[in-house]
Design a protein around this ligand. Structure first.
Ligand code: FAD
Length: 470
């Protein structure tokens, strides 16, 4: 039986491992932490409460992530929502929801009645959308050498400040974890094409109905079923090379492991720590990993003594807090220790540069004020407990030109495959990107072994009028 070593138990490593196990390979996965899931995981607090590292959501257009959840028996643990709700500080609300019209006009009804935007904002947005549509998701200016920023792309299309702040920024900072002036427009335009324009279902938001770590329950079983193993608390310390081929991987205590192929599925900065000068000589694509920037996300967890919110989630406009998730409702009232009283909310702030220097208490005070403003019931409620989780390097920053720094999964070092959301997938730093990278790495392993197989799933097909014209 062929055997492979996978280093890293995040979504990239797990998807590569599960795919290769399915192809009949013996997979030995090594993860440095005591649990699986990497950045998209959850922990248990000392009082038995489960908290996600941060709320994670998926979209209908994330076809590979859905495929992965199906393979590991977790697809039923994701709840999909057709209606996205927005609210501004003046209490005006708007929705994004597909109506009866076919794509690309399915959002026309909810867009027309979106109260936080003015008529001038909407006219500009409609013009820009038409531009994306005509170009089938790829306007010619996206190909400028080095890329252009999303802000520049919007300014060229004369978007109003209201449209930029309350529409484009609101969607894209959440989706891409970066400010518009630091985002390659290619990623931004792609979000609107794949999620909002080319079909009716790409925008649907999938939210886990269980703590994130429970989504990976089936992975270990899949790998072990085919004779493999999942080793936790086992950080890889060094890669041994000979004539530009991997000889094996070193672990603590002098442990040395060898295999027919090696998939390194680490965050790019962790990978950079393992890369030696010899590796850079053999694979120049490994020489620039530190140049890939990172962007922060802050999660704020609030436990109130009573119900303060009915909706499953809401997006706030013009505030530091971007999303409020009603975790009690999403978990169906069940969470760890089983406390049914009160309500657990999770707030998300992407590209949270301004919060990095603030203290935990300052962040709690700021966000509590915003929650009390947005949710009147929270004004009389008692905040029982609060936690802040700052992830300074939550994702790679999708800056203009970043794709030039992202190496392919296949390297010139024999036996060495790369996976991770930061590798060359065409996608931004998302769970979907991580799974794509894992599937692509698994495909390379099988191709090199002379037993090719496809795991990568196609994008959602265009439907409605877009499908007809396409
Ligand atoms: C706060 C936050 C919110 C996010 N929200 C969303 C969202 O809503 N939707 C979305 O799609 N994406 C979201 N993301 C991004 C998403 O989590 C990542 O894109 C994805 O999980 C990356 O998976 P990965 O396997 O590439 O990397 P990771 O998840 O980082 O996995 C790498 C693994 O390698 C392990 N490792 C590191 N060094 C070693 C070593 N030397 N030896 C062994 N193991 C090692 C790590 O412990 C880790 O488990 C969010 C990320 C963060 C941080």
């Amino acid at each position: 039986m062929q055997n492979v070593i996978v280093i890293g138990g995040g979504l990239a490593g797990l998807s590569a491992g599960v795919a290769l196990a399915e192809a009949g390979w013996r997979v030995r996965l090594f993860e440095q932490r005591p649990f699986l899931g990497g950045r998209a995981t959850s922990y248990v607090l000392p009082d038995g409460e489960h908290v996600d590292n941060c709320q994670h959501v998926t979209l209908g257009c994330c076809t590979n992530l859905e495929d992965f959840y199906r393979r590991v028996g977790s697809v039923g643990k994701i709840k999909f929502f057709d209606r996205l709700l927005f609210q501004d500080p003046q209490g005006r609300t708007g929705e994004m929801q597909a109506g009866i019209l076919p794509a690309p006009f399915h959002m026309t009804g909810s867009f027309a009645s979106f109260a936080p935007l003015t008529l001038a904002d909407k006219r500009g947005i409609a013009r820009a959308m038409l531009d994306i549509l005509r170009a089938k998701g790829h306007t010619p200016d996206l190909d400028a050498p080095g890329g252009i920023s999303m802000l520049e792309w919007l300014q060229r299309r004369k978007q109003t400040p209201g449209a930029i702040e309350r529409f484009w920024r609101m969607v894209l900072v959440s989706a891409l974890d970066e400010e518009l002036d630091r985002t390659d427009a290619r990623f931004g335009v792609d979000v609107f094409w794949k999620a909002f324009l080319c079909n009716r279902t790409g925008y649907r938001m999938g939210v886990p109905a269980v703590p994130l770590a429970e989504l990976y329950d089936g992975c270990k079983a899949e790998i072990e079923k085919r004779g493999g193993e999942v080793n936790l608390r086992m950080p890889a310390r060094a890669v041994r090379l000979e004539n530009c081929a991997v000889k094996g991987v070193e672990f603590d205590g002098g442990r040395f492991e060898t295999a027919g192929a090696y998939v390194f599925a680490l965050p790019h900065l962790a990978m950079a720590e393992l890369v030696t000068e010899e590796m850079k000589r053999c694979e120049p694509g490994l020489a620039h990993l530190e140049k890939i920037g990172v962007a922060p996300i802050t999660g704020v967890h609030f436990w109130f003594d009573r119900e303060v919110m009915r909706e499953p989630f809401v997006t706030l406009l013009d505030t530091t807090t971007q999303w409020i998730f009603n975790k009690s409702a999403l978990y169906g009232g069940r969470n760890g220790a089983g406390k049914q009283q009160g309500q657990y909310l999770q707030l998300v702030i992407s590209a949270s540069y301004d919060l990095l220097q603030k203290s935990r208490q300052e962040i709690i005070d700021l966000c509590l004020k915003e929650v009390q403003h947005a949710l009147p019931a929270a004004r009389d409620a008692k905040l029982v407990k609060a936690t802040v989780i700052k992830e300074a390097a939550a994702t790679f920053s999708p800056q203009p030109g970043v794709d030039l720094l992202r190496p392919k999964q296949e390297t010139r070092i024999r036996g060495l495959l790369l996976a991770g959301d930061w590798t060359d997938t065409g996608w931004p730093a998302t769970m979907e990107g991580a799974v794509r990278s894992g599937y692509l790495a698994a495909e390379c392993v099988l191709r090199n072994a002379g037993t090719p197989r496809t795991f990568l799933q196609p994008d959602l097909s265009p439907d409605g009028l877009v499908g007809w014209f396409a």
